[in-house]
Design a protein. Sequence first.
Length: 215
Amino acid sequence: MDETTTLVIATRNPGKTAEIREILKGYPVTIRNLSDFGPIPEATEDGATFEENAYKKASLAARVLSFPALADDSGLVVNALDGAPGVHSARFAGPDADDRQRSRLLLEKLRHATDRSAAFECVISVALPTGQALTYEGRCEGVITTEPQGQSGFGYDPVFYYPPAGKTFARMTPEEKNRVSHRGIALEALKNEFDKVLRWISLQMPVFPKSPCIR
């Protein structure tokens, strides 16, 4: 294995790639994403848990590209809705709905709820072409507001109130949110063990035979 490990982020989102590249800066790792390769199949996110969906995305990219791959899956878990929208957070109001429509539907479903407690959850999976994987989790507890507050962020941020900060995610700066968010916590857990992750990759990563040159 080369001194520098290649890690593929199973996304085409440049912002997410840049964030992970910054977090892992200083480690002997080259961060690439799916845009650095040709077309590859998309994972079907039909798992019952965030962990299953994260693993589906990471393991597919690892198998197809023959590199270690990282993927995350996250969503909002609302206690009064028995954990919904959960893994369906992005499709809660239908496949074509936008963030505002999803938040509006959530507030409507909680119109008469006395328990408005909720949590954002995130699972990160680091998978190898052989199917082995490591998992890191992050969770952020909060309360669903009765109306949107703030313009920043995305998704359910305007209706997710974080008590320690005294405001919704949509009223936080990106730096404030990253320090306490579910995804930020999961990424920090990964960073804190990344030396071990690199050793695990070097020990478990299969060595693929090189094809002889054809003259």
